[in-house]
Design a protein around this ligand. Sequence first.
Ligand SMILES: Nc1ncnc2c1ncn2[C@@H]1O[C@H](COP(=O)(O)OP(=O)(O)OP(=O)(O)O)[C@@H](O)[C@H]1O
Length: 312
Amino acid sequence: MYKVSNLKKSYGKKADLVLKDISFDINEGEILGILGINGAGKTTLIKILLRALEPSGGKIEFLGNDLSKIPLSTYYKDVSAVLEGERNAYWYLTGFQNIQYFGRLKKLRDSVISEEADTLLKAFDLYDAKDQTAGKYSRGMLQKLSIIVAMLGDPKVLFLDEPTLGLDLLTKKAVMNNLKRLAEEKKNTIVLTSHELDVIDAVTDRVLVLENGGIAYVGKTSDFKQMYSENKYKLTVRGTVARGDILSDDCAVEERGATTDIILSNISNQDIDRLLMHILEKGYEIIAFSKDSNRLEDVMEAFIQRGSNRDA
Ligand SMILES: Nc1ncnc2c1ncn2[C@@H]1O[C@H](COP(=O)(O)OP(=O)(O)OP(=O)(O)O)[C@@H](O)[C@H]1O
């Protein structure tokens, strides 16, 4: 869908590149998550793809055409966005009137708007509030309304910058599950940024990790987790444990009252066997032994910490 080649961006001096010569593709129908620490360039990248910002160099193709040559009015029929902090609703209009207003701006027929509004309002659990003024909506309701408005007219690509910021856990899950379901049904391509890695983990097919202006990783979310997860195990024993009774230095000990957790990182299978035998020989009772789940959050933390060892 997009082919980005040697993209560069600086806001001032050429030497201060926020994006340094990055190349990647966005596939049709996928949900791509853009990750990176604060200031990594995620919003900059989204704004360039949205043509709200001019790149300083490189080339972007959209459906095989040079993006810079596509008339904006044509491009914005295919592409929609919800950007962080941008006002996406008129407070004195009801939810439905907002949808109608923005639908008409997109030149959709009223019958199409009503039909899509019905489906989307129900999908995002906002139907009962459709006749309330948006000024009375909660933050979560406004965010859902913004996403509904962006999805009107079934855009080929939807860009979402921090779509779940400030939402409570249930609303966040509902928004993301609906988005994923609708995108799958309608085959939309979605590009989103989020610092909430549980969201990225739950909905994305692939992730692109920006670091020092370059791409530190681009590929399947599951492969990223697999490749960069640490081999972490948790051993729970009854009572307290003397440090000297644990063979490996590379572990954390967490006392939990009646039990103690021993967290083993980056340990080989052989060493695990040795350590378990040793603990049993010392007379400890093992209550549980498990591999720590591979949360994207943990993987990303380890990835960032190891960042200094990677080439910038
Ligand atoms: N309008 C601007 N003028 C000058 N510098 C800017 C401008 N916008 C962003 N920057 C700089 O570009 C870099 C990337 O910013 P950007 O907002 O793209 O990062 P981000 O990854 O989206 O960050 P965050 O996670 O904090 O939202 C930062 O160093 C920022 O200070």
